[in-house]
Design a protein around this ligand. Structure first.
Ligand code: GLA
Length: 353
């Protein structure tokens, strides 16, 4: 049955935190909490109809508070890195929290992943939705303007988890929202993702320096280990001596998507031969960060007590390019006062033998 449930988890910052479960007619479920607007679990069938949870996450609210890997979380105000933790809009400089050496990562020391959002279950005819909203105050983590942000999760009957992002600000600012779910299509506790195959709809990627900051160079993937124009096993080139791979300790880069940005178009696909599970990613955003879980080291304790080891999940974070505020030829992440930021990303699940 199509249904929604709400379970109280505890209080954080004096605000109630819940877990919401969306279920569709096929039995697919998505659990989301208003702490960090975080996806806790997604269960989908394999080619034999067996359901498994395919995202990494935690059992307890306190583990979500302490985890440093951004499991399932909404990232903001700015996903990924801003060099030197500062930026300018029209000659005015803003200084941001430094939380990655000299650089700013994933919104700062207390980004959108560590705050409590307001939640509302929506009654829509043919799908199950949860809308989460948050007011990021002027100056929070150094960003200008009071930003109202909304993230709506919708579970459809086509086994899609659709995420609609919305933001509006009273001053000129930068916005780059994404979701940081780690997927493992064999199941969240099944080991590494090196045998998963990935396709990314991109002929180019943004080149990083050794601190994972885009230098401004856009390079063709052709003839490099960054070529995912066809479904390719992640493990195939992950130990290559190609400088970009050594800088990232694996894949941790932004690809320049070959899509128009007008309505959600296919950006990536993941295929797990073992279970037949397929995940397609559709988006309106210009870039996608493919991160192969290189920094997981067994220290994070996940669902069912599993220790998430290196590469036990992969992220496909749709976004404006990292550091895009520093490079004029990258799509601009500036949101002018009163303008509306709207983006959609869809994770669609199916099977193939
Ligand atoms: C992103 C970054 C990575 C890392 C992970 C979380 O994908 O690009 O470098 O910070 O998030 O650990």
């Amino acid at each position: 049955m199509m249904s929604k449930t709400k379970i109280f988890l505890g209080f954080i910052d004096k605000t109630a935190v819940y877990m919401f479960t969306l279920t569709n007619l096929n039995g697919m479920t998505a659990e989301v909490t208003n702490f960090g607007a975080t996806i806790i679990s997604i269960t989908v069938p394999d080619s034999k109809g067996k359901f498994e949870d395919v995202v990494l996450g935690c059992d307890k609210l306190e583990n979500y508070l302490s985890q440093k890997s951004y499991f399932g979380a909404t990232i903001g105000r700015f996903s990924n890195r801003i060099e030197d933790s500062k930026f300018e809009v029209d000659g005015i400089e803003y200084k941001l929290a430094k939380n990655d050496g000299e650089n700013h990562l994933h919104g700062g020391t207390k980004g959108f992943d560590k705050v409590v959002w307001q939640a509302e279950l929506l009654n829509e005819k043919s799908s199950e939705s949860l809308e989460l909203s948050y007011l990021s105050k002027d100056g929070e983590e150094g960003y200008p303007g009071n930003l109202t942000v909304k993230v709506k999760y919708t579970l459809t009957e086509e086994n899609q988890l659709k995420i609609d992002y919305y933001a509006i600000c009273d001053k000129d600012t930068v916005v780059n929202l994404t979701n940081h779910s780690y997927f493992n299509l064999s199941g969240q506790d099944s080991g590494n993702i090196l045998k998963h195959k990935v396709m990314i709809n991109a002929n180019e990627f943004t080149v990083n320096d050794k601190n994972s900051i885009p230098t401004g160079e856009i390079r063709t993937v052709k003839g490099t280990p960054m070529d995912f124009t066809k479904l390719t096993e992640i493990g195939k080139n992950i130990s290559s001596s190609y400088e970009q791979i050594t800088f990232g300790k694996g894949y941790d880069h932004n690809w320049v998507l070959d899509i128009s940005g007008k309505s959600p178009e296919k950006a990536a696909e993941v295929y797990d031969e073992e279970t037949g599970r397929v995940m397609e990613v559709f988006t309106t955003k210009p870039g996608i960060q493919f991160y192969s879980g290189n920094f997981l080291d067994g220290s994070e304790i996940g669902k069912g007590g599993v220790h998430y080891e290196k590469r036990s999940g992969l992220c496909l974070e749709t976004q404006y390019f990292p550091n895009s505020i520093k490079h004029k030829h990258f799509p601009s992440p500036i949101l002018r006062a009163g303008e509306e930021y709207e983006h959609t990303t869809i994770y669609k699940f199916s099977t193939r033998i």
